[in-house]
Ligand binder design. Structure first.
Ligand code: HEM
Length: 558
């Protein structure tokens, strides 16, 4: 037999095997009752996730529309792409059968999404999420079962009201410093608002996480002796390089033959390990002298370190301590989870208000009313009254949902009843909850679902005016889950709300914002151009604008 014939036979056998595998997966998917799409590519493979996205524009030109739609529907970020062109996906969801040993179920129905999030023992955290989030140590988001239960019970209560007061104060200071800088230069015109808000989010986390406040304008510090970068730089490098850091071992990244930009990511992993060890040591000495933990996550976490405990509890769920690796992992994960999410929510809110002056006036009305009727500007006095500012945040999260979807997997067959119908979900199915899509389902939100209208969140006919704390409409379970839901709901939700509202409140107490007009451009056209900058977004770690510097804004004193 010639070499060509051998190759052809091997290819044929592989093709038959591949086709049979897809067929078997298709049969399983058909039995669920959801609409089924078949993909010849393995959609659960990370290589597909990374490469399908940049290839989409080319594929859309060369493939027939129906074939392209199948690839589109299975490629990361489909919810956002559909939202921009106001297109919806099949409800209550759809299955994708491919050559993977796992099936994918894209969930578009609030009842099913709510059930999956609530039944956390049946539907567990996705293994890929473990890989990406557990890169510098085990932590809350990258754990399941008893380890997760213990970490959640110990860590979530740390984000308490004392921390909220610090978040409020720090965010106000950061926002004031940023706006004073913008106003002091170039008649208040800047292309740096989105970056400026990122800096605020990072600095607030630095203050809450480590008790190391950093002024918005303060120049970066020099690395300490024996280090190549400062701690927060190392953390920043890891967060910005999340995917590469998770895929390539630190030893390889830090090698001398690596390009400088990648080598720095590898070095950042080692720096982060060493710094956290030193910081923990220092924190233990401070606590030993003072007796009580300070008001930051590092101090609170180190107070429950297993080093300080003589407990012999063996059951992971019952223990009241964290290992040093878990403290390191959680310090990293808190910054990762709270940074991009909060920063981008603020960014879309500010650019939206510059685009829609009517809603800016609406916010200013509340800011002025609350400030005129409050004896001081503390967190306890102001935050509970900022109902419209919180409604603004909800509406931004509904339209510009930061986390596109949550993935959960089931190891055994599960059934879920929704809309009077029972769906059987086969073992080894990845359930991809479309947070982005659920927030705009016309069936639930109505015909104006794609319109920006924060009043949809207000509870009309409240008996005594403002309810305390700010009370907004509660959508049906599973219909609005930008912070997730069920037992794993984001523990940083209140912190993000306090930060967002304090920044909006301080900025609009003193300033207004509008788009900078290009030569010959009308105000209406400039607003449309700005809206297009927001539409040109891409879900990466979270949804973000592709051209943030094109959002050129002019800030003026009121
Ligand atoms: C607008 C801001 C935020 C949004 C939209 C958001 C969204 C989310 C989402 C969707 C999850 C996934 C939960 C799941 O797997 O079911 C999550 C988890 C988490 N978030 Fe947030 N988050 C925000 C801010 C924050 C902040 C400020 C912090 C802390 C400083 C934080 C800490 C966490 C942690 C620790 C988890 C893991 C919880 C667990 O697995 O039990 N988040 N967040």
């Amino acid at each position: 037999m010639s070499a060509i014939a051998v190759c052809a036979s091997v290819a044929l056998v592989y093709l038959i095997y591949h086709t049979l595998k897809i067929f078997r997966q298709y049969q399983k998917a058909r039995a669920t009752g959801f609409k089924v799409y078949v993909s010849i590519l393995d959609t659960t493979n990370p290589i597909f996730t990374v490469f399908a996205l940049p290839l989409l524009p080319i594929l859309s030109r060369i493939l027939p529309a129906s074939a392209f739609r199948v690839i589109d529907l299975t490629t990361y970020g489909v919810e956002w792409r559909d939202k921009v062109v106001r297109r919806s996906r099949p409800t209550p969801g759809y299955m994708v059968a491919s050559s993977s040993s796992e099936l994918d179920l894209f969930v578009e129905d609030p009842e099913i999404a709510g059930a999956i999030l609530t039944r956390w023992r049946d539907f567990q955290q996705d293994r890929m999420t473990f890989k990406f989030l557990g890169v510098v140590g085990p932590n809350l988001a990258a754990s399941d079962g008893k380890d997760w239960q213990r970490q959640r019970r110990l860590i979530a209560p740390m984000l308490n009201e004392r921390i909220m007061e610090t978040v409020w104060g720090e965010s106000v200071e950061q926002a004031n410093e940023m706006l004073e800088t913008f106003i002091g230069k170039d008649e208040g015109k800047t292309d740096g608002t989105v970056d400026g808000l990122r800096r605020i989010a990072f600095n607030v986390l630095q203050c809450i996480g480590y008790g190391m406040p950093q002024g918005w304008n303060e120049p970066a510090k020099a690395p300490q002796k024996g280090h190549k970068m400062v701690y927060m730089e190392a953390l920043h490098e890891l967060i910005e390089g999340l995917i590469i850091v998770a895929m390539v071992p630190a030893k390889v990244l830090a090698h001398s033959w690596m390009p400088a930009v990648l080598r720095r990511k590898g070095e950042a992993i080692y720096e982060f390990h060493n710094y956290t060890k030193e910081l923990l040591q220092k924190e233990r000495e401070i606590s030993a002298n003072s007796g009580t933990p300070r008001n930051n996550m590092l101090s609170l976490l180190s107070s429950i370190s297993e080093q300080n405990s003589d407990s012999k509890e063996r059951d992971s769920a019952q223990k009241n301590t964290l290992s040093d690796e878990e403290i390191r992992g959680n310090l990293y994960q808190f910054t990762l989870a709270g940074y991009d999410t909060t920063a981008n929510t603020m960014a879309y809110a500010f650019v939206t208000l510059a685009t829609l002056p009517k809603w800016q006036d609406w916010i200013i009305e509340e800011v002025d009313r609350v400030s005129a009727t409050s004896p001081d500007s503390s967190y306890r006095e102001i935050f509970p009254k900022l109902e419209r500012c919180l409604a603004l945040m909800h509406e931004i999260l509904r339209i510009y949902t930061p986390v596109a979807h949550i993935v959960r997997g089931c190891e055994s067959e599960q059934s879920i009843t929704a809309g009077g119908k029972t769906y059987r979900i086969p073992a080894k199915t990845r359930c991809i909850l479309s947070l982005d899509g659920l927030g705009t389902q016309a069936g639930y939100w109505g015909d104006n679902t794609f319109e920006f209208d924060p009043t949809r969140w207000l509870i009309k006919d409240k008996p005594n005016g403002i309810a305390v704390p700010p009370a907004l409409r509660q959508p049906t379970k599973g219909a609005f889950i930008p912070w997730s839901g069920g037992p794993r709901i984001c523990p940083g939700m209140k912190m993000a709300q306090v930060e967002f509202t304090s920044v909006v409140y301080s900025v609009f107490s003193k300033y207004r914002v509008e788009p900078v007009l290009k030569e010959g451009e009308s105000e209406g056209d400039a607003r449309k151009r700005l809206a297009a900058v927001m539409d040109d977004s891409q879900p990466k770690l979270t949804l973000q604008m592709n051209r943030p510097r094109d959002a050129v804004l002019k800030w003026t004193k009121r």
